[in-house]
Design a protein around this ligand. Structure first.
Ligand code: F6P
Length: 409
C-alpha cells in the first residue's frame, strides 16, 4: 500500500467487531499504509469530519490484544442510510473530497447488510467518477443473516453466550418448586432471522434436555401450540424454558411483542425496535395457568459478552479484517469478504470476495429444512452448522478480576 486506509464500524455491535478493527489496522500497517484513520460513528461521523488517527490508540501489541477482546464498537457505530446517488450527489462529492484530502487508498466498512449498502453506493460513485479509492465491506453481525457468506463474525460468540445462558436458566428453573409450576421465556435477538434463537439448542447435551421449544421468526408463531407445549411441560415436570426470537410474528404478520407496548422507535433503515415478546408471553401464561413466570430478555448481553467469546470467532474476525485490507490492496472494490466453509470436522474455512450488490440489503434466513416440521425446534443439521463456530475460549485480559477494555474518551 502506498497511501492511507480509513475504517469504520456500523450497525449493532458484537463481542468481536473490534477484533476485525485490529485485523484491519495491523494488516494495513504490515502492507505499508502510511496512516490508518478511524471514522467516529461510521459514515455519519465522517460526513461531519469526525475521524481519528488510529496509531494514537493502538500503540503496541498489547493495545491490539486488548482491542480484540473489547466488546462494542471502539470507533462508535451508526445506523445511517446514504441517499441514492441521483437524489443527492452533493453528499457524495463532500465525502470524496474528504477522502481525497486524507489521501485514502482503501475504505473498509465493518458492518451488516444495511452497512453494505454504504459500500455499494460509495463504490458505485467511485466507478462513476473514475476515483481509484477501493471500497471493501468487512462482515459483522450477531444476526448471521448476511447473504453469500457461510457465517458472520460476531455470531459464534453470541451463539455461545445464548447456548450457555439458556442451559444455566434451565438448571435454575429445574431446581424450583411452585404450586402451579414456573414458565420461563427467553427472548433472543435477530429480527427476521432465527440463527441466534436457534442457537438455544446448544444448551442440550448429556447433562441437559435443552429448552422445551425454540421459536424462530422464519415461521408464523402458533399461540395455541405454544400454550399446549407449556401446559404439557408444567404438568409433567413443573417447569418449562422456551426460547423465542424477538422477531416472532403471528399469522397476520404482527409482531408478538406488539401485544405489549414493545415497538415505538424506528431506525433509519425502517427497522422497528423489538422488545417485550417474552414479557407479553409470560403475561399470557400467568393469566391462563396461574404459574410463576420469568421473562428474560438477553438483549445487549448476548452481543457484548466478550468474557464468553468463541476463540474461533475472535480469530476469524481479525482474519477477515485483514482479508478486507488485502482485497483492497489487490485492487478489488465494491465487494464484501466472505467465509466459505470447507469442512465441519475438522472445521476449515477460507475467505473469498463477493459482489456487494448481491449482499447489501439482503437477508439470509435459516433454511426451512433446518427447522422441525412443527416449527418449534431446530434440526441436527442446524446444530452441526453452529457447533464449530462456538469452539475455544479467549479470555479477556483481566485486571482486578474484571475485563480490561480499550476505549476512546
Ligand atoms: O442487527 C443486530 C441487532 O443486534 C439485531 O439483532 C437487533 O434486532 C438489533 O440489532 C437491535 O438494535 P439496537 O441495539 O439498535 O436496538
Amino acid at each position: 500500500m502506498k497511501r492511507n486506509v480509513i475504517v469504520g464500524q456500523s450497525g449493532g455491535p458484537t463481542a468481536v467487531i473490534n477484533s476485525s478493527l485490529a485485523g484491519v489496522y495491523n494488516t494495513a500497517i504490515e502492507r505499508g499504509a502510511k496512516k490508518v484513520y478511524g471514522m467516529r460513528h461510521g459514515i455519519q461521523g465522517l460526513m461531519k469530519g469526525d475521524y481519528v488517527d488510529l496509531s494514537k490508540y493502538i500503540k503496541n501489541d498489547l493495545d491490539s490484544e486488548i482491542l480484540k477482546r473489547t466488546p462494542a464498537a471502539f470507533l462508535g457505530s451508526c445506523r445511517y442510510k446514504l441517499p441514492e446517488i441521483h437524489e443527492d450527489k452533493a453528499v457524495y462529492d463532500k465525502i470524496f473530497a474528504l477522502l481525497n484530502e486524507l489521501d485514502i487508498e482503501a475504505f473498509i466498512y465493518i458492518g451488516g447488510n444495511d452497512s453494505m449498502d454504504t459500500i455499494k453506493k460509495l463504490s458505485d460513485y467511485a466507478l462513476l467518477t473514475g476515483s481509484d479509492i477501493k471500497f471493501v465491506g468487512c462482515p459483522k453481525t450477531i444476526d448471521n443473516d448476511l447473504a453469500l457468506t457461510d457465517h458472520t463474525p460476531g455470531y459464534g460468540s453470541a451463539a455461545k453466550y445464548i447456548g450457555t445462558s439458556v442451559k444455566e436458566i434451565i438448571r435454575d428453573a429445574a431446581s424450583q418448586e411452585y404450586a402451579h409450576g414456573i414458565a420461563t421465556v427467553v427472548e433472543i435477538m435477530g429480527r427476521d432471522a432465527g440463527w441466534l434463537a436457534g442457537s438455544a439448542c446448544l444448551a442440550e447435551g448429556e447433562d441437559c434436555d435443552g429448552p422445551d421449544a425454540i421459536y424462530l421468526p422464519e415461521l408464523p408463531f402458533d399461540m395455541d401450540l405454544f400454550m399446549k407445549k407449556v401446559k404439557k411441560a408444567l404438568d409433567n415436570k413443573g417447569y418449562t424454558v422456551i426460547a423465542v426470537s424477538e422477531g416472532v410474528r403471528t399469522t397476520d404478520g404482527k409482531y408478538v411483542c406488539e401485544g405489549e407496548a414493545g415497538t415505538g422507535f424506528v431506525d433509519a433503515f425502517g427497522h422497528k425496535q423489538l422488545t417485550g415478546t417474552a414479557n407479553y408471553l409470560c403475561q399470557v401464561l400467568a393469566s391462563k395457568f396461574g404459574c410463576k413466570t420469568r421473562a428474560i430478555e438477553l438483549s445487549t448481553l448476548q452481543r457484548a459478552a466478550s468474557h464468553l467469546a468463541s476463540r474461533i470467532d475472535v480469530i476469524e474476525a481479525a482474519q477477515i479484517g485483514g482479508a478486507s485490507v488485502k482485497a483492497a490492496d489487490e485492487g478489488t472494490s465494491g465487494v464484501m469478504v466472505v467465509f466459505e466453509r470447507e469442512s465441519n470436522d475438522p472445521y476449515q474455512c477460507h475467505t473469498a470476495v463477493k459482489d456487494v450488490h448481491k449482499i447489501a440489503n439482503e437477508e439470509r434466513l435459516v433454511p426451512r429444512k433446518w427447522i422441525n416440521k412443527e416449527g418449534t425446534y431446530v434440526t441436527d443439521e442446524f446444530r452441526t452448522y453452529v457447533e464449530p463456530l462456538i469452539q475455544g475460549d479467549l479470555w479477556p485480559i483481566m485486571v482486578g478480576g474484571i475485563p480490561r477494555h480499550l476505549f476512546m474518551k
